[in-house]
Design a protein around this ligand. Structure first.
Ligand code: FE2
Length: 292
């Protein structure tokens, strides 16, 4: 079952070569969740007003900042500027944490999106496929990533309420459970989906299997109830990180979270053999990416 490893850091910048670093790298890459219970992202008194769902526009699930552009928020320009500065400050903190704790990942920290979630974790009517209260790995139908890793740093900025997750089985046994139930990709369908712009780029066999694992696990109510799992509470003022393409996770409750996504090539890992790509290729006994 997924393990939670606690680290007693209080600053976003980690001193180099700290004793715990090697163990931390191994834990993250084998699919543990790293919990930093005392690493808080402090809001200024002025920023506390952003802890309200009223800043979300009605359509988007999250407020996001990507390449300096704020999306999914509504309000006056000066307020949105202040909100973007708060989210940008968190992006810088999360980037500093990842670059100093995992120096090999440092070249990749600038590339992806930062999200602020002032909405309650649950409470929206969703299809089962979009229902993140079911255990799942992250895999996105429109964004094939050809094995690229999804590393996420989360922080709970709620002043009083925990953020609560369930975490499930480890990646390899989960994959062994569901791979036999997946259908192969139809020949020609990856090229067609890309041509129709349903996907951004061509869906590889790896992407097809990851989507299949995401969907079959979410759809299987019996598995959701009976698989190895535990509930994890992330208290106010705590930060946690994990590879969400590897860790089976489910939202239980919470509100007001900041999240930084970092995409990493498999070659940036300390141990590329620990990646979902390598694990699936071992189980399937073949390459899952097109040859270049
Ligand atoms: Fe997820």
């Amino acid at each position: 079952m997924t393990t939670i490893v606690s680290l007693d850091l209080t600053r976003w910048q980690v001193p180099p070569d700290s004793a715990a670093q090697q163990n931390t790298i191994q834990a993250l890459e084998r699919g543990d969740v790293l919990l930093l219970p005392h690493l808080a992202f402090e809001l200024t008194p002025d920023e506390r007003r952003f802890l309200s769902p009223t800043w979300s526009d009605a359509r988007a699930k999250n407020i996001s900042l990507e390449a300096g552009v704020l999306q999914g928020a509504r309000g006056e320009a000066k307020d949105l500027d202040a909100l973007a500065r708060m989210i940008g400050r968190f992006a810088a903190c999360a980037g500093e944490l990842v670059s100093t704790l995992f120096p090999r990942y440092a070249p990749y920290v600038k590339r992806a999106r930062t999200s602020f979630r002032p909405q309650p974790a649950l409470g929206r009517a969703l299809s089962w496929r979009k229902d993140d209260s079911r255990l799942h790995i992250d895999a996105f139908p429109s964004r094939p990533n050809h094995g690229e890793r999804i590393l996420r740093v989360f922080t709970n900025v709620n002043p009083t309420a925990d953020r609560v997750w369930r975490v499930g089985d480890e990646f390899a046994p989960m994959a062994q459970t569901f791979l036999p139930r997946l259908r192969p990709q139809l020949p020609g369908s990856p090229a067609l989906l890309a041509l129709l712009r349903v996907t951004k780029g061509v869906r590889s066999e790896y992407d097809h299997l990851m989507l299949g694992l995401h969907d079959r696990a979410k759809a299987d109510g019996e598995y959701q109830r009976s698989c190895p799992q535990q509930t994890v509470r992330f208290p106010p003022g705590s930060t946690w990180l994990c590879f969400t393409d590897q860790v089976m996770h489910a939202a239980v409750s919470g509100q007001h979270m900041l999240e930084q996504t970092i995409h990493l090539p498999v070659t940036a890992l300390y141990d590329p053999e620990s990646s979902p790509l390598a694990i699936l290729q071992r189980i399937c006994g073949r390459h899952l990416l097109p040859a270049h």
